[in-house]
Design a protein around this ligand. Structure first.
Ligand code: PGA
Length: 249
């Protein structure tokens, strides 16, 4: 059985007080979610240290939204994987389309980041996904294949620790969700591409869907055989919606 994961990507939202209130509200409702569903939240860096202990106690995973591509040193403004691990962060979102688009992250950058995340025992949540023009010109499978090369160069041991998120860029924050059939088609494609390199291990890789996932569409998406959960942006900022999505399993 593959792990089921519902992860909230808060992006650059919430003051510390708002983030703490959101975490408390999620913890209060966590009992409504089936015990085989892992909840993860990815608050901004500033909140991580103070939220780690209560999330750990509640059995909710703590994720960062990014980490540096270097170990340490003169990189003003950056936060390293080692620093994240030192405050008990367990996951790290890498390769989100906003990082690729606005901060120029390439596969070369992401190869370094993923190696450091794994070195410090963070579980990478590695995002892939095509832009609208790429889908409209029927290049989405090529784009995703190329993005997956960051993973196919990992050792089998490292690969076994990775979570993948398929996030079509045209669905992120737009209210326009991929249909469950579109999601399933790409998730099955991703699993097959990973299986070509890693064999049966790819059967165990959680592949999350992201992009305007909300309580009203989560059940249909999560019912697809290769959709193992969600990476939730906007709807993860309201505890009721986040929990309702997790309950869709
Ligand atoms: P969204 O964002 O749910 O707001 O579309 C998803 C994401 O970017 O992870």
């Amino acid at each position: 059985m593959r792990k089921k994961i519902v992860a909230g990507n808060w992006k650059m939202n919430t003051t510390f007080a708002e983030g703490e209130a959101l975490v408390n509200a999620i913890i209060a409702k966590k009992g409504e979610v089936k015990s085989d569903v892992t909840l993860v939240v990815a608050p901004p860096f500033t909140h991580l240290t103070c939220l780690a202990e209560e999330l750990e106690k509640a059995g909710i995973g703590l994720s960062a939204q990014n980490c540096a591509e270097h170990e340490s040193g003169a990189y003003t403004g950056e936060v390293s994987a080692k620093m994240l691990a030192s405050v008990d962060v367990k996951y790290c979102i890498l390769g989100h389309s906003e990082r690729r688009e606005y901060y120029g992250e390439t596969s070369a950058t992401l190869t370094k980041k993923i190696a450091l995340a794994l070195k410090y025992n963070l579980t990478p949540i590695f995002c892939v996904g095509e832009r609208l023009d790429e889908r409209e010109s029927n290049r989405h499978f090529d784009v995703i294949s190329a993005q997956l090369e960051v993973l196919t160069q990992l050792s089998a041991e490292d690969f076994a620790r990775v979570v993948v998120a398929y996030e079509p860029v045209w669905a992120i924050g737009t209210g326009k969700t991929a249909t469950s059939a579109q999601a399933q088609e790409v998730h099955a494609f991703i699993r097959k591409a990973l299986a070509a390199k890693f064999g049966a291990a790819a059967e165990q890789t959680p592949i999350l869907y992201g992009g305007s996932c909300k309580p009203s569409n989560a059940a249909e998406l999560f019912a697809q055989p290769d959709v193992d959960g969600g990476l939730i942006g906007g709807a993860s900022l309201a505890a009721d919606d986040f929990i309702a999505i997790a309950k869709a399993f």
